[in-house]
Design a protein around this ligand. Structure first.
Ligand code: VAH
Length: 328
């Protein structure tokens, strides 16, 4: 099915999520199903996720670089919106650079082309603060500044941003994007991110009472609780197209902290928690990234605001991990 230019009736959005079983994809699928109804949100990934999640609504096995399969599913469900969440993150991408580039770039170019051909009405594609590099200002990193990413992941996200802007300007494709900071969540463990120490630390604090951190204690990074990341993603997709002034990708910020600061917050709840530091290759990646993001453009253009700070995020994480372990 192709979207005609003059569709007058506002048809219910039918949504396809590629990479739905990932850290963000899982919670994004659940939130979108609450808004649009389970049957209107088709989850997909390269393999099945956990049973409950797959059973909640339509699920398809899709490799995000398989154009034919993606088009088949778009036509099968009359999809209007695609969220492309499939990607290889920073640390893993340094181990498999060619595969990371192929997955992160080819999947985006396929979706942008399908949108140009009017098979898709609106596209969401996540970028990352990884697009910044060692020469970018570390504090209050501006929306537009020097960007010389030192990771394959960051390079792919920076290139992807320019492809999004090109398809919007040249073909009118309505593609929207956010530069996520590190995302902290408890429902689905992340895979292969440099910021994922800030997820692991909460689980290890409860499970073992101690954690060996792969970044040094003073490494400040921009972070965000998952609920805020989902709120921002849905908010930018619900915004009126004319309010989306930036078609590369919006800076998105919430909180910034160091391993020492998150440890001190955890100790307010678990006083005996012990941390040790053993920086590895991920320290160089983290050192190349900003510490505090200026996201004033997102706050101006489509009224973004975050809800969680380090204290409230820590309360939520520890409470939910403890009940998850008890109910396991
Ligand atoms: C990573 N969690 O660590 C991702 C994120 C800002 C970092 O994009 O690779």
């Amino acid at each position: 099915m192709q979207w005609s230019e003059n569709v007058n009736i506002k048809m219910a959005d039918t949504i396809l999520i590629l990479g739905a079983c990932g850290q963000i994809g899982t919670e994004l699928t659940q939130s979108l199903r609450e808004i649009h109804g389970n049957e209107n949100v088709i989850a997909s990934d390269i393999r099945y996720g956990d049973d409950e999640f797959v059973k909640e609504g339509p699920f398809e096995i899709i490799d995000a670089t398989d154009r034919e399969k993606i088009l088949e599913v778009i036509q099968k469900y009359n999809i209007s919106q695609v969220y492309l969440m499939a990607a290889m993150l920073s640390a893993t991408a340094e181990k498999y650079p060619q595969k990371a580039w192929e997955l992160n770039m080819n999947s985006l170019l396929i979706i942008l082309e399908l949108a140009r051909e009017k098979h898709i009405k609106t596209v969401y594609w996540p970028s990352s603060i990884a697009v910044f590099g060692p020469s970018s200002p570390k504090v209050n990193t501006p929306q537009d500044t020097i960007m010389n990413p030192k990771t394959v992941y960051g390079m792919s996200k920076l290139a992807g941003e320019h492809w999004c802007n090109y398809y919007h300007d040249k073909y009118g494709v309505d593609v929207r994007s956010l530069r996520y900071p590190g995302i902290i969540s408890w429902k689905t463990k992340p895979g292969g991110g440099t910021t994922d120490y800030a997820v692991d630390i909460y689980f290890k604090a409860i499970e073992e009472g101690k954690y060996e951190c792969f970044l040094d204690e003073n490494t400040m990074l921009p972070m965000m609780y998952m609920n805020d990341a989902i709120k921002a993603t849905i908010k930018i997709m619900e915004a009126d197209s004319k309010d989306i002034q930036i078609r590369t990708s919006y800076n998105l910020g919430a909180i910034s902290f160091t391993p020492e600061e998150i440890t001190n917050e955890i100790k307010k709840h678990l006083p005996d928690f012990e941390i040790s530091y053993k920086p590895d290759f991920r320290q160089d990646i983290a050192n190349s990234w900003p510490q505090i993001i200026d996201d004033s453009k997102a706050r101006q253009d489509w009224n973004w605001s975050h809800d969680f700070d380090l204290a409230s995020m820590t309360e939520e994480m520890l409470k939910n991990i403890q009940s998850k372990i008890i109910s396991a």
